[in-house]
Design a protein around this ligand. Sequence first.
Ligand SMILES: CC(C)(COP(=O)(O)OP(=O)(O)OC[C@H]1O[C@@H](n2cnc3c(N)ncnc32)[C@H](O)[C@@H]1OP(=O)(O)O)[C@@H](O)C(=O)NCCC(=O)NCCS
Length: 229
Amino acid sequence: MRGCNRFRWQLSPSLPLQPSRKRRRRAALLTPSHGTNSRNLDTRKHLQRVRRGALLTADHRILIVRLETEADIAAIGELVADVFRSPAEARLIDRLRDEGHILVSLVADTDHRIVGNVVFSHLPIFMEDRTIEAAALAPLAVHLDYRRSGIGAALVSEGLRICRQRGKDAVIILGDPRYYTRFGFSPELAAGIASKYSSPSLMAIELTPHVLRNARASVKYPNAFDDLE
Ligand SMILES: CC(C)(COP(=O)(O)OP(=O)(O)OC[C@H]1O[C@@H](n2cnc3c(N)ncnc32)[C@H](O)[C@@H]1OP(=O)(O)O)[C@@H](O)C(=O)NCCC(=O)NCCS
């Protein structure tokens, strides 16, 4: 099994460097480092499924989270249209990709089948005196048959790690607080950020401590998001 996992990692051409053993473990994403509240304790059960950078699905298939490649684009579109029962979110991703907004797109891959996807796009936060390098998380999709096994959490956690690695100080999400607060997203942190989507569902997480403290700021989502309305 170990050799198999190592082989799979080496096959991930999108990963810029062969990750260290420690990183491989983190790439499975369910580490306490992203656990900023007690709900993250729930994810500990998933840690038992982690083997050297992979998750095991309920039916014992190996699942890896990796960067999207060009070969994944059609499968991502099909998955996302299926999950949202509409082509709108898939079109959003295509447009974000075509217009160069995407910072990172991750897929959950089991036996070369794409069963999950998350996209983070560049979204600067404009403050009065400076601009914060930030990203927007949207959309996040996991195939219906693979839910509640930690894949969504794996995609979000790994995405946040890469956003931090790529110099982002914060991430914004418009979503359900009951799901996203477990990662540390907070409506309070986004309360001072003006946006056409301002609401209790607009949340933020700081990747650099205190960067959003008392923020009086604004964001402008890429026009591609207008098509979702
Ligand atoms: C949201 C979604 C990505 C979660 O994927 P997942 O792989 O099942 O997530 P995880 O396994 O990490 O977490 C599952 C937990 O989240 C909970 N959860 C899922 N969606 C939720 C929501 N909208 N509100 C609150 N909790 C939610 C589940 O009940 C489950 O709870 P449990 O851990 O107590 O059993 C998946 O349900 C999905 O694709 N939904 C449709 C698309 C969507 O709504 N995307 C998010 C908005 S862009």
